[in-house]
Design a protein around this ligand. Structure first.
Ligand code: FMN
Length: 220
């Protein structure tokens, strides 16, 4: 008889951002694996993601409300700030599948739905797992946007190469859920994971306002 492995994400609050890609169905497996590691998983779905998988699936798998929108009447037990609180509470954030559109929105700091708005206030380590058509992935706009997100301190895992749902072959597949779990465990174990915003947590540089910067005197 094999011994059950001890859970590695016990009590860790994980925000699981789901984008509108065909790989959204695989993220149900990811949610389930995270729950098996005893993480407290809150799924946040974009409008497009809900065309592929329903919030009920994530609610059933995580045992928690799946967040889909920010404009709701206040009810007992609900936060008046659904666009901020889940981000502040998170220990880790994982975006899967991270669509080309979601990556672009985050790279440009847009806050046009709940997930992108939350991402602006997140200060926990972020793991981005892109999945898309190979040509979308190779497009210079996507390459630039991914570089921007890496510059924010976010980690990017994948995509992996192989046969894609659209019939093409190349980079664009979502990394397997088991591998994503391993990456999250590793990220959590890092002593000082990258800050989502360069310098945000580190002393000095981030604290400095433009006004307090010493400017060189203008040349005569
Ligand atoms: C059948 C189908 C599959 C799609 N798969 C992907 C995908 O894997 N990756 C991607 O970036 N976009 C994919 N898209 C396009 C996105 O759904 C679209 O860009 C959408 O605006 C993404 O919104 P979101 O990033 O807010 O979730 C797909 C669209 C359709 C109709």
């Amino acid at each position: 008889m094999t011994e059950a492995k001890p859970p590695r994400l016990e009590g860790k609050r994980i925000l699981l951002g789901v984008g509108g890609g065909i790989a959204a169905y695989k993220v149900c497996d990811l949610a389930s694996r995270l729950v098996k590691e005893r993480a407290v998983v809150t799924a946040v779905m974009t409008r497009s993601a809900r065309r592929f998988v329903t919030p009920y699936t994530f609610e059933a798998l995580t045992g928690r409300p799946c967040l889909t929108g920010q404009f709701r009447r206040l009810e007992p037990g609900r936060t008046p700030y659904p666009h901020i609180d889940p981000a502040r509470e998170a220990d880790l954030v994982v975006l899967a599948p991270a669509t080309a559109n979601l990556i672009a929105r985050l790279a440009h700091g847009l806050a046009d739905d709940l997930l992108s708005t939350l991402m602006l206030s997140v200060r926990a380590p972020v793991l981005i797992c892109p999945a898309m058509n190979v040509q979308m992935w190779e497009h210079p706009a996507t390459r630039r946007n991914v570089r921007t997100l890496v510059g924010f301190g976010h980690r990017v895992l994948g995509p992996s190469k192989g046969d894609l749902a659209c019939g093409m072959t190349g980079a664009g597949r979502l990394v397997e859920p088991a591998e994503i779990v391993e990456a999250l465990v590793k990220l959590l174990g890092e002593k000082s994971p990258a800050s989502p915003v360069p310098g945000f947590k580190s002393a000095g540089r981030s604290q400095r306002t433009p006004r307090s910067r010493k400017r060189k005197p203008p040349k005569e």
